[in-house]
Design a protein around this ligand. Structure first.
Ligand code: R5P
Length: 290
């Protein structure tokens, strides 16, 4: 049975359809003091696949509760799908006294599951923080589906780390060049600057591809350079459309025409689902029946 976190109900339903499994109707309540209370139906020895994005502190608590609840309800085997792993960018202690938050989260999650599936975590090395088997899934391929017809497209990574997913999207789209900018982020202020490549963008549609748009600083810096160089159309594509604070308006202001994201974080721009990719990853994970 698929058990959704409150922020992943659409994705969980799509995954249930994709894998022909039942979808649990979990409940998400709060006590008067604000504490979370998530609950699940009976399981009768079925296996459980908890699908819960962790885009907020509350979502992490809810995930831990759902894991515990399915065990209490008799689930024979628990798989935890984390479509977006929050805190994954805190994968080391950046200053004296700071925690390795990704490790802390992974340790907590590992206590309540037999297996974990992560979608495009910031660094795949965070998988090592879990003490249960982890599958890391690259869902960038789905971002090609909703792209409009593009003129002489350039698939651009806003930093070197995103080159791989830019190439994946280009390959799935079927034609186009790839290139990347070099990025510098000031750790104190969070301000981003990019060193552009020589790629000509005049008369070309540009798809800027990244794993996540969080504050939108990276994407808007890249888009601003592309706009100044005369790119006629800029599409911002990402697996995880976090779009915190004023990210959407920053992107619009920088000249982005369209934002394309997946449903790892369910937003208005989540125009494509990672359910098919997750379905493949879950495969024969039917221990104890579904
Ligand atoms: C960084 O390496 C990531 O790939 C993203 O470029 C970054 O996390 C995006 O963050 P923001 O939208 O805050 O610039």
């Amino acid at each position: 049975m698929i058990v959704p976190g409150s922020s992943s109900q659409l994705l969980a339903a799509a995954l249930a359809d994709e894998t022909d499994r039942r979808l649990a109707t979990a409940t998400y309540d709060r006590f008067p003091d604000g504490e979370t209370l998530a609950a699940v139906p009976e399981f009768d020895g079925e296996s459980a696949t908890v699908v819960a994005t962790t885009d907020s502190d509350a979502a992490w608590v809810e995930l831990l509760q759902l894991q515990d609840a399915v065990r209490e309800a008799g689930a024979s085997h628990v798989t935890t799908v984390i479509p977006y792993m929050g805190y994954a960018r805190q994968d080391r202690s950046f200053a004296d006294g700071q925690p390795v938050s990704a490790r802390a989260m992974a340790r907590a999650v590992s206590t309540g599951t037999d297996r974990v599936v992560l979608v495009n975590p910031h660094e795949s090395a965070v998988a090592d923080f879990y003490s249960v088997p982890v599958d890391v899934v690259d869902a960038a391929i789905v971002l090609a589906d909703p792209l409009p017809d593009l003129v002489d497209p350039l698939f651009l990574a806003p930093d070197e780390g995103a080159v791989g997913i830019a190439e994946t999207v280009r390959d799935a789209y079927g034609t186009g060049e790839t290139d990347y900018f070099e990025k510098h982020r000031d750790r104190e202020t969070g301000a981003v600057s990019v060193s552009p490549s020589d790629a000509s963008v005049s008369g070309r549609d540009v798809v800027v591809v990244d794993d996540i748009i969080a504050t939108g600083s990276t994407m808007s810096e890249a888009a601003g350079v592309l706009t100044d160089r005369g790119a006629p159309r800029i599409v911002a594509a990402c697996v995880h459309p976090m779009l915190a604070a004023n990210a959407v308006t920053k992107l619009r202001d920088a000249g982005v025409d369209r934002i394309v994201g997946s449903d790892t974080i369910e937003r208005g721009c989540s125009v494509v689902s990672v359910a098919s990719v997750l379905g493949d990853a879950l495969g024969a994970d039917t221990v104890g029946g579904e």
